[in-house]
Design a protein around this ligand. Structure first.
Ligand SMILES: Cc1cc2nc3c(=O)[nH]c(=O)nc-3n(C[C@H](O)[C@H](O)[C@H](O)COP(=O)(O)O)c2cc1C
Length: 181
């Protein structure tokens, strides 16, 4: 399974990017997880679309998503919703032809508060649903109090690591079922 990870945070020591890196290490060797860059995408502007072509970073992002067997989103919560860089990336991917169509995907999130990004994950589910992404329903991964579980850009909390590992097993089985039936 070729999984592409999308982190909603551009921060160097991002907990969400660190969660994706932890997932990379937890995956069985036959699967891969590559984290795609979204920080170089321009802000959505339809004037940047010419004859169905998009700026180079957008084309690269879209091709990476299109080639993925499955997607793993890791999102912070910004002011009780989806962080702008992530929404921007999704909006670029949604332009014709929608590169998210039919992809199996899961959402995880790390936040500073106790809600563990729930208020970002539910609107994200709504947006991805509209794009016909096949979302894993459970387990939901709400990692709260990130300051106590991550340090120096790494996941340091063992129970969280174990939970993430179990969730990845479920996700891979789900993604294989969506992709291969
Ligand atoms: C613009 C902004 C808005 C934020 N809003 C929330 C919020 O609504 N709820 C929350 O728990 N944390 C909020 N935070 C704090 C983030 O949880 C914290 O910065 C976290 O480290 C972001 O994830 P990252 O480590 O992957 O960058 C906000 C941070 C920023 C920069």
């Amino acid at each position: 399974m070729k999984i592409v990870g999308i982190s909603g945070s551009l921060r160097r020591d991002s907990w969400n990017t660190a969660a994706l890196k932890a997932a990379q290490a937890l995956l069985p060797a036959e699967h891969t997880l590559d984290i795609v860059a979204i920080g170089d995408l321009p802000l959505m502007n339809q004037d940047l679309e010419t004859d169905g072509k998009y700026p180079a970073p957008v084309e690269t992002f879209r091709a990476t998503v299109l080639a993925a067997d499955a997607l793993l989103f890791a999102t912070p919560e910004y002011n009780a919703s989806i962080p702008a860089p992530l929404k921007n990336a999704i909006d670029w991917g949604s332009r014709p032809a929608n590169v998210f169509l039919g992809k199996p995907a899961a959402i995880i999130g790390v936040g500073a508060g106790v809600l563990g990004t729930a208020r970002a994950q539910y609107p994200l589910r709504q947006t991805l649903g509209v794009l016909s992404v096949q979302l894993l329903g459970q387990p939901e991964v709400f990692i709260g109090s990130g300051g106590q579980k991550f340090a120096g850009g790494a996941l340091t909390d063992e129970p969280t690591r174990e939970f993430l590992g179990k969730m990845l097993e479920t996700f891979i089985a789900f993604a294989a079922r969506v992709k291969f039936g």
